[in-house]
Design a protein around this ligand. Structure first.
Ligand code: PLP
Length: 397
């Protein structure tokens, strides 16, 4: 049995391991094609290949190792096709530049990764593309912001860093009724916890730097959509703006993605446990984690993020920024850094790092208070992490 997209109807673990592996040859692991260009046996074959584009030509256009990653992530998301890019930001900008032209309008959620926030509020307007930001948790706010020149709705769910959720089905219905495209950044949830295309979303983007790669060693991004969109993105903005992935990074990320379901199970379990631990501490004003009762949208999280709440949680310390800085300085196992989706647990203070370039008003609108802390729970033993957090909260004796 194969699915509509031509991939066998495997479970997610089997898909993660096998999808995208080339059938030919004797290698168990995919070959690493570290070649910027590919040669032709004759002038006629070169001319034919440039016409047909049915074989490797030049790595900025595509590469057999990158194709392994693309096929794997397309299968994991249940999409027709995928395009691997140099970073998550390259995936987002390539997808948006494929869709939008000067004079168009985009509706986007307030709660976005800082880089995406600046892309849609500063860079797109410079290209003549307007953006309206709306409350991510309110589908009606997306509907109300639509204008005659709106082309697409863009969201992150869970959003970075507030973990605000958007009802994907509701927003997809609003967009369909008006023939608009929907895009989601699925970096936080990953296809293990959330498959947006099944809720009617059209285009999924990822920072593959995070959970897909999973080991904090390679930058990359992926766009998943229908074959027509992916072809337009590959032939257009990818080639000309040049955000192609390095084959070595594609190889590392495809290797990491084989264990995505296993890793996500552990991330989900540990993060939920740690959310419970932090919620019980007097130093902590509040905790938010999609699958924990602390989250105002827990019911939506359980419906939409079927397998778990992911590896990221946020919390606010009663002592605000000062207490946050103290806690960051006291942790020994958790690393003080602004990324996520790593094997290691990473702790961030978004207001002074990932979102520091946002104006204070924009930060507040994005739900980022000065005392907000973000924890990307890694693959360590949760008991060790709890002991580290406990000591950091308690402070010196
Ligand atoms: N999307 C989200 C949700 C992110 O958290 C990030 C980076 O932190 C990005 C996109 C950008 O990804 P990259 O750093 O791979 O460009």
């Amino acid at each position: 049995m194969t699915s509509e997209t031509g991939v066998p109807n495997w479970g997610l673990h089997t898909t993660a391991v096998h999808a995208g592996q080339p059938a030919e040859g004797f290698d168990v692991a995919p070959a690493l094609h570290l070649s910027s260009t590919f040669h032709f046996p004759s002038a006629a074959e070169a001319a034919r290949a440039y016409q047909a584009e049915d074989r490797p030509i030049y790595t900025r256009w595509g590469n057999p190792t990158s194709a392994v990653l693309e096929a794997k992530v397309a299968a994991l998301e249940g999409g027709q096709a995928a395009l691997a890019t140099a970073s998550g930001m390259a995936a987002i900008s390539t997808a948006l530049l494929t869709l939008l032209k000067p004079g168009d309008h985009l509706v986007a959620a307030h709660s976005l990764y800082g880089g995406t926030h600046l892309l849609v509020t500063e860079d797109l307007p410079r290209l003549g593309i307007e953006t309206t930001l709306v409350e991510a948790t309110d589908p009606q706010a997306f509907a109300d912001a639509i204008r005659p020149n709106t082309r697409a709705l863009y969201l992150e769910s869970p959003g970075n860093p507030t973990l605000a959720l958007t009802d994907l089905h509701a927003v997809a219905e609003i967009a369909r009724a008006q023939r608009l495209k929907t895009l989601i950044d699925n970096t936080f949830a990953t296809p293990f916890n959330q498959r947006p295309l099944e809720w009617g979303i059209d285009i999924v983007v990822h920072s593959a730097t995070k959970y897909l790669g999973g080991h904090g060693d390679a930058l990359g991004g992926v766009i998943v959509a229908d074959a027509e969109f992916i072809e337009a993105a590959r032939r257009g903005p990818l080639r000309r703006f040049g955000g192609a992935i390095s084959p070595f990074n594609a190889w590392l990320i495809a290797r990491g993605a084989q264990t995505l379901p296993l890793r996500m199970q552990w991330h989900n379990g540990s993060a939920l446990r740690i959310a419970g631990f932090l919620a019980g501490r007097s130093e902590v004003a509040w905790v938010r984690y999609p699958w924990h009762e602390s989250h105002p949208q827990q019911e939506l999280a359980k419906r939409q993020m079927g397998s778990g709440g992911g590896g990221v949680l946020v919390f606010e310390l009663r002592g605000g920024t000062k207490a946050g800085a103290q806690m960051l300085d006291r942790v020994r196992l958790c690393l003080r850094t602004a990324s996520l989706g790593d094997t290691r647990t990473l702790m961030t203070h978004p207001a002074s790092t990932t979102h520091h370039r946002l104006a204070p008003d924009a930060r507040r609108a994005a739900g980022i208070s000065d005392g907000l802390m973000r924890l990307s729970v890694g693959l360590e033993d949760p008991e060790d992490l709890i002991a580290d957090l406990d000591a950091a909260l308690a402070g010196p004796p």
